[in-house]
Design a protein around this ligand. Structure first.
Ligand code: NAG
Ligand code: NAG
Ligand code: NAG
Ligand code: NAG
Ligand code: NAG
Length: 455
């Protein structure tokens, strides 16, 4: 009887807790913003962004191709179409060439894994409205019905989950440039919600239920409010009832004026990298190609960021409490071009030696050094170590730092080696004598690990 009674109590308690739990967030920002950030995201630091869609077919200019072409007859996009395609050729005509002929999701998974990325975010649907999964709300304008005849979202999700520990996430554009339902709502000053109710929200729920992304990266609210989008209701569902409710993170692009104010992490603008500490978790979404998110055939070598540039952006971001989400744009065939692949593999090579200064770290008291430029700090979660990532090898192997205060107990090493480096106090900080450059294990940037740092 007692056993039965306690079983009932346990069952009722569990039920009560799950009821409380299920009701824990309501559709208000006060409530949604009270949700603690899932820690995997704070620890991950580095992810890969993938922009892929019909824009990968013309592969010219950037992923805003359709919009630029249709909204200006004097743009390079309009000229490109006039010069190369017969009159009457439509954007939809590009879809048949989106074949994804050489798309091997296992190869992508291997490249992402070797980059050291802890999460990946794929454009499930960009502003063109074409879905990379067979959405029933995007009939005949999805990857199963026209183009590759494959479920690209599902294939990548499976490959990532099968062979890596990378967390799978999805980008989704709320608006669509030319969707007549959206244009009708817009013409009604967003007083009607046909597009939201018949298209974008049903498909977003479908996307989350089908693929269980643990990052929901929303984009393109344009000048419509979160109320128009029914975004707060979606997020309350995402956090309370969705299959990813305990682990999912969502960004801040859910309505006009919300960027940088709400959501699990801020994406204040593209390439956002403020250079100082932002207390709320944020993300710097950045690109290997300086001028485009989608692959473009007219990019030259100087359009691609060097590994040194990418590392500077990664470490400054992480030092200031950001995550770094680096974009690659695969070709219409589904190939990540060798230069973009190389950058990812170089990041992984660097992280395999210096990852301790990046993954699972927290911001330190200082972000950049007070004395010299090109040095960014992090600390270990247990606060035992402070790391200084040094972007330029010091002249004569001697580095003077202004920010850390050390004690006689302190040790200083370069990641990749156990060898203790000599250090001295100076009038304005410390001076560290590096090993020779040939002895250093790392390339491109170097991470000092310091113990017993007092501020
Ligand atoms: C929603 O949650 C917030 C914060 O917890 C609370 O202040 C507010 O009263 C709640 N609103 C409703 C309608 O329950
Ligand atoms: C471009 O030219 C066509 C044909 O003259 C015209 O119908 C269209 O309105 C023009 N578009 C813009 C954005 O000016
Ligand atoms: C995934 O993580 C587990 C546990 O940390 C580890 O044993 C395994 O090797 C990892 N797998 C890959 C492919 O990295
Ligand atoms: C939204 O922006 C578009 C173009 O950017 C404009 O045509 C439209 O009038 C705007 N609507 C509102 C309600 O501000
Ligand atoms: C440290 O300081 C002492 C005394 O000022 C000096 O003799 C020594 O050369 C310095 N060592 C380094 C590595 O700078």
């Amino acid at each position: 009887m007692d056993v039965f009674r306690s079983a009932v109590v346990v069952a009722l308690t569990t039920l009560a807790l799950s009821v409380i739990d299920a009701a824990s967030y309501n559709a208000s920002w006060a409530s949604l913003d009270s949700r603690p950030l899932p820690q995997w995201y704070a620890d991950a630091k580095f992810g890969v962004f993938v922009h892929w869609g019909i824009f990968s077919v013309p592969s010219f200019g950037n992923e805003w191709f359709w919009y630029r072409w249709k909204t200006s007859n004097t743009s390079s996009f309009a000229k490109f179409m006039k010069d190369n395609y017969e009159p009457g050729f439509t954007y939809q005509d590009f879809a048949r060439d989106f074949k994804a002929l050489f798309f091997n999701p296992d190869e992508w998974a291997e490249i992402f894994q070797s980059s050291g990325a802890k999460y990946v975010v794929l454009t499930s649907k960009h502003h063109e409205g074409y879905t990379l999964w067979p959405s029933k709300y995007s009939f005949s304008w999805n990857a199963k019905d026209v183009g590759p005849n494959r479920d690209l979202v599902g294939e990548l999700a499976s490959a990532i989950r099968r062979s890596t520990n990378i967390t799978f996430g999805l980008y989704h554009s709320l608006f669509e440039w030319f969707n007549p339902l959206y244009l009708e709502d817009e013409a009604n000053n967003f007083k009607t919600q046909k597009f939201v109710d018949q298209k974008t929200m049903p498909e977003l729920y479908e996307l989350v239920q089908t693929y269980e992304p643990e990052v929901v990266w929303s984009d393109g609210p344009m000048n419509a409010s979160d109320t128009y989008w029914r975004a707060k209701e979606f997020l309350a569902w995402l956090y309370n009832d969705s299959p990813v409710k305990d682990t999912v993170v969502a960004n801040d692009r859910w309505g006009k004026g919300l960027k940088c104010h709400h959501g699990d992490f801020y994406t204040c603008r593209d390439h956002y990298n403020p250079g100082h500490l932002i207390a709320h978790k944020w993300e710097n979404c950045d690109t290997v190609d300086k001028n485009s998110w989608g692959f473009r055939r007219n990019a030259g070598l100087s359009d691609y960021r060097t590994i040194e540039e990418l590392l500077a952006r990664l470490v400054s971001t992480v030092s200031c409490n950001g995550n770094y989400l680096l974009n690659v744009g695969p070709s219409k065939e589904g190939v990540i071009s060798p230069i973009q692949e190389e950058r990812l593999r170089q990041l992984g090579q660097w992280l395999s030696i210096n990852g301790e200064a990046i993954y699972s770290t927290r911001p330190w008291t200082h972000q950049k050094d007070s004395r010299i430029s090109g040095v960014w700090y992090t600390k270990s979660k247990d606060e035992l170590y402070v790391y200084a990532v040094v972007l330029h090898w010091p002249k004569k192997n001697i580095l003077e730092l202004g920010s850390p205060h050390l004690t006689t107990e302190s040790t200083v090493t370069l990641l990749g080696s156990d060898k203790q480096l000599q250090w001295n106090h100076t009038d304005s900080g410390i001076q560290v004598t590096f090993c020779s450059r040939e002895e250093a294990k790392s390339n491109w940037a170097w991470a000092l690990k310091m113990t017993n740092v007092t501020n």
